[in-house]
Design a protein around this ligand. Sequence first.
Ligand code: GAR
Length: 195
Amino acid sequence: MSKLPKLGIMGSGSGSNCQSIYDAIQSGELQAEIAVVMSDNPDAYILERAKAWGVPVEVINCDGFKTKFPEECQAAVGARMKEYGVDLICLAGFMRLVKQPLLNAYPDRILNIHPSLLPNFPGLHAWAQAVEAKALESGCTVHYVDAGMDTGPILGQAVVPVLPDDTAESLHARIQVQEHLLYPAIIKKVLNELV
Ligand code: GAR
């Protein structure tokens, strides 16, 4: 790829993973550009971060649904991503299920980061699931997105031990330290392999 590859980032919350991607770009570690940051939550801090960087932001229309991501809305996101010239979509704490309309627009070009060692603890609050299950270790996974919930092919993982006195919050904080290292590194690898 001769020009800088463009990332489209989608998140619902704080955006610390988006921040780690931005920081890797700023430091020269990751050769890419964030073309747009989109959120289904108009109040998400991820949008504030992106605005401060001068990156375009968009609020995703979900037709008023709290958790559903209607098909026509997914198609609209795919079309907007194309308009921004996005090469790779990175889900960074995006809490709705991506399905066919968006997957078809970006086949094998949507990544997700999940806070567990998949296939263990898919779904919501994976860090709390690990503490609840008294797992000895958890971690994070970057994977391609498919139509399932946290089921796509795994690209990389980092292990985080679960300590005897861990709370859900303390475990999540240590998992996030690893997420912030893993995600930019895997994005770099995937971009290097894009033709
Ligand atoms: C991250 O821990 C991410 O792995 C998780 O949400 C958090 C978002 O944090 N994602 C999921 O649980 C997706 N199933 P951030 O907004 O600070 O990046």
